[in-house]
Ligand binder design. Structure first.
Ligand SMILES: [Zn+2]
Ligand SMILES: [Zn+2]
Length: 166
């Protein structure tokens, strides 16, 4: 069974003096965080007790789902990103949009990991380096089949549009 969240109990750390830390390694074949499925999801981070709460620092590696900019197909891209965040404790010290350790001494790293994975996605993700994209005429996915459209190097209508824009 796959775990469905990244909630950890940090009771032992919260009772320790500032500076105490604990190393955590995660390794999940699949992790569903809200609407995002990350598979696999691995990570190594150190959780350190600070005066303000718990500081989480390390890295996560995963494959994040996205859409190819050329063919608009679903694709997954590998992501390797840094995790650096303070989880406030008590939670009342956290401002809006900040993370906190809950009263039961657990903290859910899921929303943070989800956000980091999505932020680490490339601006122009491709399903593969040589993705052929879609035919601008008929919309055929040119990775899957060719079409009979004749695409001139300079489409007259595009040229007209370009002139209009200029
Ligand atoms: Zn593509
Ligand atoms: Zn076509």
């Amino acid at each position: 069974m796959n775990p469905t969240n990244l909630r950890f109990n940090f009771g032992y750390l919260l009772e320790s003096p500032a500076g105490t830390s604990s190393d955590i390694t995660i390794d999940y074949p699949k992790m569903k965080l809200d609407d995002v499925i990350l598979q696999p999801l691995t990570g190594q981070f150190t959780v350190t007790r600070t005066r303000e709460g718990l500081y989480v620092g390390g890295r996560i590696q995963t494959n994040a789902p996205t859409e190819c900019v050329r063919c608009l197909g679903d694709t997954i891209v590998p992501v390797d990103t840094q995790i650096e965040e303070l989880f406030y404790y008590p939670a009342s010290a956290a401002g809006e949009g900040e993370f906190a350790v809950d009263e039961d001494a657990t903290a859910d790293l899921g929303p943070l990991v989800r956000e980091l994975a999505l932020l680490a996605l490339p601006m122009q993700p491709l399903c593969r380096e040589d993705c052929q994209g879609l035919c601008p005429e008929c919309g055929q996915n040119l990775n899957e089949a060719t079409c009979d459209c004749e695409i001139d190097d300079i489409d007259p209508r595009l040229a007209a549009l370009k002139a209009l824009l200029n």
